[in-house]
Design a protein around this ligand. Structure first.
Ligand SMILES: [Zn+2]
Length: 299
């Protein structure tokens, strides 16, 4: 990240097209669009192969890379500039707020794609009922998972997780989550485990609660180095996947799932503020006032 003050924050945003570049004919003034944050450089070998969220020129704006809201100007503004590659038209039945939250779904959806993208008949454990985890559980259900076990520390989030389709919830403050997942799967372990929590112990828990031969998907960023019994994963032939951001045009595909009613975004919008109250909005998130999930600003 460049130093604070050198770019506008906000990597999840939606809006109406106010103007288009001279060669743009895909979109018109007035169209409603949602963004994806990443524009690859379109010149490195990864970008050419489609891995634009893992661009080898990440952060190098001179070579054309943009991660709006993270390295280049983002959406906490009245106007934002986006490359046409990073815009998706919002279907009429989807609100701006829902579209913004769907941007959040892009990252876990890309993780699911990287890990095979096919979950029919599988039991999936999701760690962490934050916005990403609450989206991940809906996405695996939409892609065929028969059972989702959600673990987390906050009762209100676990309750929302149940409303959104979690079959089993485990309070990690009062229960041993690994034992709970093993018990819920007849001792076998989850076919797939998705770490959306990124706590110090959740990588290790993810390995231990996964069945022999299963998959672990790491979606969260960890706050620092974490320890895990990786030998357990090696001995039991568990495959560990990582993913970066909303690659693979996942935002557009998540938007299609939302428009089709396969996932819900509105329950994740907890508070909205006018853009002028941006400090208050950040305070609400930082101090966890009234259990914020997604706080949205309206310009
Ligand atoms: Zn690149």
């Amino acid at each position: 990240m460049p130093p604070y003050g050198q770019f506008v924050f906000g990597h999840e945003y939606a809006g109406e097209i106010a103007a288009v570049g001279s060669t743009v004919d895909e979109l018109q003034v007035g169209d409603r669009v949602v963004v994806e944050a990443h524009l690859g450089c379109r010149r490195c070998e990864n970008c050419i192969r489609g891995l634009y969220t893992a661009c080898l020129n990440y952060g190098n704006a001179r070579r054309g890379h943009r991660a709006n809201g993270m390295t280049t100007n983002g959406g906490l503004a009245e106007y934002a500039v986006n490359h046409v590659n990073t815009l998706y038209r919002i279907p009429p039945e989807v609100s701006f707020e829902e579209a913004v939250v769907v941007m959040t779904a892009g990252s876990p959806l890309y993780g699911l794609q990287v890990a095979g993208g096919y979950f029919a008949g599988e039991t999936v454990a999701v760690l962490g009922p934050g916005p990403i985890g609450l989206m991940a559980l809906q996405l695996v259900k939409a892609l065929g998972a028969v059972r989702v076990i959600l673990t987390g520390t906050r009762a209100s989030r676990l309750a929302l997780g149940r409303e959104l389709g979690a079959d089993v919830t485990v309070d990690s403050k009062s229960a041993d989550v690994v034992a709970a997942v093993r018990e819920a799967t007849g001792g076998k372990g989850a076919d797939v485990t998705i770490d959306c929590a990124g706590a110090t112990d959740t990588f290790d828990q993810s390995i231990r609660m996964t069945k022999t031969g299963g998959r672990v998907i790491l979606v969260a960023f960890y706050h620092g180095p974490v320890t895990a019994n990786v030998s357990d994963a090696v001995r039991r032939n568990i495959t560990i996947y990582t993913e970066r951001g909303e690659g693979g045009t996942s935002v557009g595909r998540a938007l299609a799932l939302l428009a089709a009613g396969r996932i819900k975004a509105a329950p994740l919008v907890s508070q909205t503020f006018p853009l002028a109250q941006v400090r208050r909005g950040f305070e609400v998130v930082e101090k966890r006032i009234d259990d914020p999930i997604k706080v949205i600003f309206h310009p």
